[in-house]
Design a protein around this ligand. Structure first.
Ligand SMILES: [Mg+2]
Length: 309
């Protein structure tokens, strides 16, 4: 698949590179291809629970070798944005280690005393006490920030309230709306571009959601590629007033076939081996053989296959 004008890549994680249980077909080979060719790329996620190091380890357990400096979370994008607003500022955080670590490393201190910002991120440990504190601080003048807008996330037992649900509670109590950094705010993509020194004109964004990945990618001026390996079905595309630049069945269509790795790719892709004409037999078991060792549970990926993102 030739994309001669694309020199840098941004890609969503859930539904593009991984499903809840395993790496998706071609993900391992595409990451390898970018790495070997020294192509600038970043894996983006709205998940603000984990640090990039945690996510790198989780991807490795699924067979994907993505170094932590190739991962850009909504927590990192939030810290990057706030550091530009109030360098060395202070925050009160409702969130997990992925967010507090990002803010610390960006030079922020955590305080309950008159912070510049109240930052709300994803957590599975919301406390009434912490939310009460957040509400009082925002009412007292602290600026209200959220890492991502997702109202719910998945878990094996059913949906979980996510960042957007908690910020709604705070909004109801304070009358204040948060400024939300994660997708679909193009801010997330702009800071990602800066991180890898990329320009929008020659960068592509790969995603599985029209209303976040494609919308924000389009607004950030990127070449947008929608993959059918996640939440979106072909009939969903026409329901939106905008279209991606390209639609692919999965990232395996972006893997360049070379004579010296044809055998290995063929083995990894199981039932699709044998040529491009067979790529549409996209059965779930085709990649199970070598990439199902990891266990990124459903609850660990709040943006996976869910709405709204
Ligand atoms: Mg996704």
């Amino acid at each position: 698949m030739e994309l001669p004008q694309i020199e840098c890549w941004l890609t969503d994680m859930d539904g593009v590179l991984v499903s809840e249980q395993q790496a998706l077909p071609g993900a391992k080979e595409l990451i390898q291809q970018w790495t070997e060719a020294d192509v600038p790329f970043l894996v983006l996620t709205n998940n603000s629970i984990y640090t990039a190091r945690d996510l790198s380890a989780r991807l490795r357990s699924k067979g994907l070798n993505v170094p932590e400096d190739r991962i850009w979370t909504s927590a990192l994008a939030t810290a990057d944005f706030l550091a530009g607003q109030v360098p060395g500022g202070s925050t009160f955080v409702v969130g997990e280690v992925g967010l507090t670590t990002a803010l610390h490393e960006a030079g922020f201190i955590m305080t309950e005393e008159d912070p510049d910002f109240v930052v709300v991120g994803e957590t599975h440990n919301y406390s009434f006490e912490a939310i009460t504190k957040a509400i009082r601080l925002i009412s007292g003048g602290a600026r209200f920030i959220a890492t991502n807008p997702d109202a719910t996330g998945p878990s094996p037992e059913g949906i979980l309230p996510a960042t957007g649900a908690i910020t709604s509670l705070i909004t109801k109590a304070t009358g204040a709306e948060p400024y939300v950094i994660g997708k679909p705010n193009p801010m997330m993509f702009r800071s990602a571009l800066n991180k890898i020194g990329a320009h929008s004109s020659n960068t592509a964004m790969i995603g599985d959601r029209m209303d976040t990945d494609i919308l924000a990618g389009m607004e950030a001026g990127l070449h947008t590629i929608l993959v059918m390996s996640g939440i979106t079905s072909p009939t969903d595309i026409s329901k939106h007033p905008y279209r991606p630049d390209r639609v692919l069945k999965g990232v395996y269509e972006l893997v360049e076939r070379r004579a010296d790795d044809a055998v290995e790719v063929g083995r990894d892709e199981g039932s699709r081996a044998g040529g491009s004409s067979g790529r549409d037999s996209h059965s779930e078991d085709s990649s199970a053989g070598d990439s199902s060792t990891g266990d990124l549970s459903a609850g660990d990926s709040p943006t996976a296959g869910h709405s709204p993102a």
